[in-house]
Design a protein around this ligand. Structure first.
Ligand SMILES: [Zn+2]
Length: 115
């Protein structure tokens, strides 16, 4: 990196997090109450601040800089990762509660079959 990164606002960080999760512009706009143009505008600000040439590059640079943490969601491993971070796993909005319920149901079924 040739120049220091400028800090992202909470709003820009939320958009970048959603880009990293693979959400489309329309999905991000719907979730955050923005138009497609609004999402594009924020995306341009993110690229500029991080010195990135694309959204993929921005996600990569943000991971390297520790701005985005590698987090797993949506299954038992993601659920327990919340617990390790001291967070309430049931409060996750990225699928961990559903993933954990499915995991527990599967385990119950396995125990029943083993008995
Ligand atoms: Zn989660």
């Amino acid at each position: 990196m040739t120049r220091p990164m400028r800090a992202l606002t909470q709003h820009q960080l939320e958009v970048l997090r959603r880009i990293a999760m693979g959400q489309s512009r329309a999905q991000i706009g719907k979730a955050l109450g923005l138009t497609n143009g609004g999402v594009s505008s924020i995306n341009r600000q993110i690229l500029l601040k991080l010195g990135a040439t694309s959204s993929a590059h921005a996600v990569h640079l943000a991971h390297l800089a520790g701005i985005l943490r590698r987090e797993r969601h949506g299954d038992h491993a993601g659920f327990t990762a919340h617990v390790r971070r001291g967070e309430d796993p049931w409060a996750c909005t990225q699928g961990c509660p559903d993933g954990e319920r499915a995991y527990r149901a599967e385990r119950r079924q396995q125990r029943k079959e083993a008995a």
